[in-house]
Design a protein around this ligand. Structure first.
Ligand code: ZN
Ligand code: ZN
Ligand code: ZN
Length: 357
C-alpha cells in the first residue's frame, strides 16, 4: 500500500482543568490558561476542515513538538531554542506521533448542548457561543468511528463445523478405501496400446506481452488487468481506502488514505510453432502379444505420449471381477486359468492382485 496525503486538519485537545476543547496547535487553554499537558491526547474536532495550504504543510513538516528540557514548555518541532526560557532544545523530548486518531469526515458531529445555559451549539464550537462556558462534547461519539483496528474474534462455530466435516470426510474415505480379500481365476485378458501423433504447427494463443515467447508473431493486443501493486504504473487505476487521520504530534492531523494500483498490461494474440495432437492410433487384442501402432511419420511429426492398458477378468465365487493395469509384466503373468489373490474395494473394483504361491 502507498500512503497518500490529502492534507491536514487541526486536531483538538481537552483541557484537564476546565474540560474546554482547544485547537490542537494552541499551547495553553483558551478558557482557563492552563498549559497543554505533556501527555495530552489529541482527538478529532467536532467539525474537521481540510487544509491543503503551504503554511500548514510546513508546520506539519516541522515534526512533533518538543518539550523544553529546562522549563517543560512546548515548542514547535523545528525550534532550536525554547520560546519561554531560551534554553537549548537539543535534549528535549519530542511528543509521540503517528497514532491513528480516527476516520476522516467533513460531516460535522452532533450539536453540543451547553451545560450552563442550555444553548445548542454547532459541532465546531469549542466554547458556548452564548455564554462562553466550556463545552463538554460527547467525544466518544466522534471517536467511535475509529475504524482500522477491529478486534478479531475466533469464529468458533465455523471452526466446529469444519472439524465435524473433516472427521466425516475421514470416515467416508477410510470406508471407501477398505478392501476385501478374494481369490479369482483368470478368465479373459485384453490389451490396448495408444500413441499420440503430434505435428509442429502454427498455433494461436493469448498471453500478456511479457510472457510471450521471443519467436512468436504478435497480433492484436488489448489492455487487461494483470496485478495489483503498491506503485503506480503507466496504465493503472488507483484504488484507495477510506481516508483517516494520523497524529503529527503538533496538534495537526494528517489526512491520509492507503492506495494500491490495479495495473493493466498488453494482452495479445500471437502465433507460435507448437506440437499439436493430430492423431491417436491404437491397437487392441485379447492375447498375450501386445503391439504398439507403427505409423509412418512425416519430418514435422513426432510421437508424443504412449499409453497401454491391460484388462484382466477373474472369476471369483461366480462373479466376474475386472482388474486394469498399465504394467505389462503383471499382465504377462496372468495366463488363462491361473489363480490370484485379489484385493476388492467396496465398489467391486479389483485394486491389486498377487499370484497365489
Ligand atoms: Zn482550561
Ligand atoms: Zn524552556
Ligand atoms: Zn452556554
Amino acid at each position: 500500500m502507498t500512503q497518500k496525503s490529502e492534507g491536514y486538519i487541526e486536531l483538538e485537545w481537552t483541557c484537564p482543568s476546565c474540560q474546554s476543547n482547544n485547537p490542537g496547535p494552541q499551547k495553553t487553554c483558551q478558557n482557563c490558561g492552563s498549559p497543554q499537558p505533556d501527555d495530552v491526547t489529541f482527538h478529532l474536532p467536532g467539525e474537521a476542515k481540510l487544509k491543503t495550504d503551504e503554511a500548514t504543510a510546513q508546520m506539519a513538516a516541522a515534526g512533533p513538538d518538543i518539550h523544553c528540557p529546562y522549563c517543560g514548555s512546548r515548542n514547535p518541532g523545528n525550534a532550536a531554542e525554547c520560546a519561554q526560557c531560551g534554553g537549548d532544545l537539543t535534549g528535549g523530548t519530542r511528543r509521540q506521533a503517528g497514532q491513528v486518531v480516527g476516520a476522516f469526515s467533513t460531516v460535522p458531529g452532533p450539536q453540543v448542548t451547553c451545560a450552563n445555559c442550555g444553548h445548542l451549539n454547532p459541532a465546531s464550537a469549542q466554547q458556548c457561543v452564548q455564554c462562553g462556558s466550556p463545552l463538554i462534547r460527547p467525544q466518544n461519539a466522534v471517536q467511535a468511528e475509529t475504524p482500522p483496528t477491529a478486534k478479531r474474534r475466533l469464529p468458533i462455530i465455523p471452526i466446529a463445523i469444519g472439524l465435524v466435516a473433516i472427521c466425516g470426510l475421514f470416515f467416508l474415505l477410510s470406508s471407501l478405501f477398505k478392501t476385501e480379500t478374494a481369490t479369482g481365476i483368470v478368465q479373459q485378458v485384453n490389451w490396448s496400446r495408444v500413441i499420440k501423433i503430434e505435428a509442429l504447427q502454427d498455433v494461436s494463443k493469448n498471453d500478456f506481452r511479457a510472457d510471450i515467447p521471443a519467436n512468436a508473431k504478435i497480433g492484436s493486443c488489448t489492455k487487461k488487468y494483470d496485478r495489483t501493486q503498491d506503485q503506480p504504473a503507466p496504465v493503472s487505476t488507483e484504488v484507495c481506502g477510506t481516508p483517516y487521520v494520523v497524529d503529527k504530534g503538533s496538534g495537526l492531523g494528517e489526512v491520509v488514505k492507503d492506495c494500491s494500483y490495479r495495473v493493466y498490461e498488453d494482452y495479445c494474440e500471437y502465433k507460435v510453432q507448437d506440437w499439436v495432437l493430430i492423431d491417436q492410433p491404437s491397437l487392441q487384442g485379447s492375447d498375450f502379444n501386445p503391439q504398439w501402432p507403427n505409423p509412418n511419420l512425416q519430418s514435422y511429426q513426432r510421437i508424443g505420449e504412449q499409453d497401454e492398458i491391460y484388462t484382466i477378468q477373474f472369476m471369483s465365487n461366480d462373479k466376474l471381477l475386472t482388474y486394469k493395469t498399465s504394467d505389462y509384466d503383471t499382465f504377462s503373468r496372468c495366463q488363462i486359468g491361473t489363480n490370484w489373490n485379489l484385493e476388492v474395494s467396496v465398489t467391486g473394483q479389483v485394486v491389486s492382485i498377487s499370484p497365489i504361491q
